[in-house]
Design a protein around this ligand. Structure first.
Ligand code: FAD
Length: 332
């Protein structure tokens, strides 16, 4: 492999039901920065069906170029056709760096591509930087239960690939004056590429929770006492037009479902305001929320580690502080 042939940054753009995912816009922001540091171009790869109208968005959020593979078979994500499409594009265009979201789709797709094209993959990154000495990508991720941060390089193979946690990178402001090229890319998928078919998509009926998109999160930990006490957190969240989230301790206890979990094995969030109610502030929890713009912690233990990352700390009982807070908000 002549690694000098590989140029530019590629972002795999994830879509569900024709909607571009937020993590893809965040990756376009990071991809733009990496491409500028390398003095190279950034390309967004979109695989979908009947989504031509979405390609301009990707340019507005930072891409120089969009490669769009359009086919009915790409309408719903399936491992095999997506792996073939993405591997073909990578082998054809030889990018130096390829980024995926660390989502269910990205975690399924990226390892298969790395095996198919014989390169490395660093999963679950929280930081990506260029080493100015040799242009290697420094891919950093939490390791050993979040106790250390490991920085990984892929010096001898290209592209350098990573999956990146949602909510960690920042998307750029949408700039509708940005111009770029859109290229339609034809991939032939035939019967022999497929070992299964999707006959029907049945949606799980549940409350739609996407804590990653909320601007205000009211998060409950073991200190709230029991499942029923989430009612009061929901009331506070409603007053603040936010959503309820949780620590792993309460998810494991079955007080609330996993979609609400913040942290290393849950979701990474970056809201404008994060309330930590009865949460101790374990390193694995902090990994998912410490980048929030403003953190308010309520804990009866003044020594709780959560106060080290809080912008405002309230030492007190959540059962007294939160109802009072709701009253005050209602008066205002
Ligand atoms: P606790 O640590 O039990 O803290 C409860 C807090 O509530 C205490 O600080 C206490 O002082 C306070 N309190 C009690 N009563 C009151 C009251 N009435 N009013 C006010 N405060 C009160 N955790 C996550 O959250 N997310 C993850 O993704 C995650 N991933 C993990 C991955 C690994 C590999 C491992 C090993 C652990 C992970 N954990 C994760 C678990 C983590 O280590 C902690 O155990 C967990 O975050 C603790 O949750 P907690 O703060 O709700 O509970």
């Amino acid at each position: 492999m002549n690694i000098n042939e590989y140029k530019g940054v590629v972002v795999f753009v994830e879509q569900r039901e024709g909607m571009i995912s937020k993590v893809s816009l965040e990756l376009l922001g990071k991809g733009r920065e990496l491409a500028d540091n390398l003095g190279e171009k950034m390309t967004a790869v979109l695989i979908g069906y009947d989504m031509m109208d979405k390609t301009k968005e990707l340019i507005y959020y930072g891409a120089d170029k969009v490669i769009y593979a359009d086919d009915k078979i790409f309408e719903v994500y399936m491992t095999e056709p997506y792996t073939k499409a993405m591997s073909t594009i990578i082998n054809d265009r030889k990018p130096e760096i390829v980024l995926f979201g660390a989502t269910a789709i990205g975690r399924d797709l990226a390892p298969r591509i790395s095996a198919r094209i014989h390169t490395g993959l660093t999963a679950d990154c929280t930081s990506l930087e260029i080493d100015e000495e040799n242009n290697n990508l420094l891919m950093t991720r939490p390791a050993f239960g979040g106790n250390i941060l490991a920085t990984i390089i892929c010096p001898n193979y290209r592209p350098q690939m990573s999956t990146v946690r949602p909510g960690v990178m920042q998307k750029l402001e949408k700039d509708t004056s940005r111009a770029g090229e859109v290229e339609q890319y034809k991939i032939d998928i035939n019967e022999s590429d497929m070992t299964y078919k999707i006959l029907e998509v049945v949606k799980e009926e549940k409350e739609k929770i996407n804590i990653e998109d909320a601007n205000v999160l009211v998060s409950g930990g073991r200190g709230i006492g029991k499942a029923d006490n989430f009612t009061i957190l929901k009331e506070l969240a409603k007053e603040l037009k936010g959503q309820v989230s949780a620590s792993r301790a309460v998810v494991d206890a079955g007080w609330i479902n996993k979609d609400h979990q913040v942290g290393q094995t849950g979701k990474t969030v970056r809201p404008g305001l994060y309330f930590a109610c009865g949460i101790s502030g374990a390193i694995q929890h902090l990994a998912g929320m410490e980048e929030s713009d403003f953190i308010i912690a309520i804990n009866k233990d003044s020594e709780a580690p959560i106060f080290e990352v809080a912008d405002l700390g309230i030492v007190g009982d959540v059962h007294k502080v939160i109802p009072e807070l709701i009253n005050q908000l209602k008066i205002v």
